[in-house]
Ligand binder design. Structure first.
Ligand SMILES: [Zn+2]
Ligand SMILES: [Zn+2]
Length: 354
């Protein structure tokens, strides 16, 4: 599956920005689509033309993007709409999350705390595991003391697992419709709307309460996107070269990348100093780094800054080897390259010859 760098948005004067990681970018697109489809809103109704315009951009990977954008520059009114969408993620984090449970047969309603429900399920499972254990010990003890039939019967008739179902007091049913709800921090009224902008009961401004967590400076947003873009390009190149690359290997390569790193290419070789090591290499403007697959105890990860390398020679034995000489005379040779190396050429300064 291809890795995407996410989206980058700037305010009209480009002083403020939002970098949106891919998962949130997709989720934000879904929120806009749901609002356009009529999901209920707490507060003033958004301008649907503005939302329709945003829905064409948000959540979609932009074509012709490079590591410097181009960012989407939002008009003032677009920025207000977009921040209301992005605010929903923050609000979900900090407002209490509850589930409204409604019986479809008789309309009986209750509010559930999903955290409590998870704890209850865990508690029931633990009790059950304990009962099974005690039952087995008792059964074994009966068998050992000569009551074989009773013991075996006990073992096979293990206690039944208790049901997690909640029985409706009105109709005895166990099927419900469930909706996410929360509570206004100012008037404490329950809010059932999908999009929280302003509390209809007390005018509490939900979006303003998290605004400082949404925007950064335009420069920081661009830098975050720049790094994310390089990460995505390297991850995609690595997966192309080696469908079974380990996360640990990829993380080692990504660890070398900053906003200032220019990326030449990613390659894969089978030998380091003639020892078998299935290795991924990343060549950047700063240096070279490599990470091998773990073979037994051997893991061969490393990196060298170019200033630590005395010389580089290629194909010295007429093969495809690539040898780095260190100032102290040691060398390290990578050879038996496999697959086509993936030239990325991201963020290479103009004065560097390839
Ligand atoms: Zn019911
Ligand atoms: Zn309120």
């Amino acid at each position: 599956m291809e890795n995407h760098p996410g989206g980058i948005y700037l305010s009209q004067d480009e002083s403020l920005g939002i970098f949106v990681a891919h998962e949130f970018h997709i989720a934000a697109g879904n929120i806009i689509d749901k609002v356009l489809a009529g999901a209920p809103i707490a507060g003033p109704q958004p301008d649907r033309d503005v939302l329709r315009h945003l829905s064409k951009i948000v959540g979609k990977p932009t074509a012709q993007q490079d590591e410097n954008g181009p960012p989407v520059v939002l008009s003032h009114v677009e920025a207000l709409h977009f921040e209301a969408i992005m605010a929903q993620f923050r609000l979900r984090d900090y407002l209490p999350g509850r589930i409204k449970r409604v019986c479809p047969v008789d309309g009986t309603m209750a509010i559930e705390d999903p955290v409590y429900l998870a704890q209850r399920a865990e508690h029931i499972q633990r009790e059950y595991d304990r009962n099974i254990f005690i039952n087995n010990v008792t059964a074994q003890q009966r068998i050992n003391s000569g009551h074989t039939v009773e013991g075996l019967a006990r073992m096979f008739l293990a206690p039944q697992k208790p049901s997690l179902d909640i029985v409706c007091p009105g109709c005895g049913g166990t099927k419900y419709d469930r909706f996410r709800v929360t509570f206004c921090p100012e008037c404490q009224n329950r809010r059932e709307e999908f999009l929280l902008v302003e509390c209809p009961d007390c005018d509490h401004d939900f979006v303003a309460s998290v605004r400082e967590h949404i925007w950064t400076t335009g420069a920081i947003a661009l830098q975050s996107f720049n790094v994310s873009y390089k990460y995505s390009a390297v991850i995609n190149a690595v997966r192309d070269l080696d469908g079974y690359a380990r996360d640990r290997q990829i993380n080692h390569l990504l660890g070398q990348i900053t906003a200032d790193t220019g990326i030449f290419h990613v390659a894969r070789c089978r030998l380091i100093d003639n020892r078998r090591r299935d290795t991924l290499l990343l060549l950047t403007t700063d240096g070279i780094c490599w990470s091998s697959k773990r073979l037994g105890f051997f893991t061969e990860d490393g990196s060298l800054q170019w200033e630590q390398v005395a010389s580089v020679s290629e194909n010295s034995n007429g093969g495809d080897d690539f040898r780095l000489a260190l100032p102290d005379g040691r060398t390290i040779t990578f050879s038996s390259f496999t697959g086509n190396e993936k030239a990325l050429s991201i963020g290479i300064p103009d004065d560097i010859e390839l």
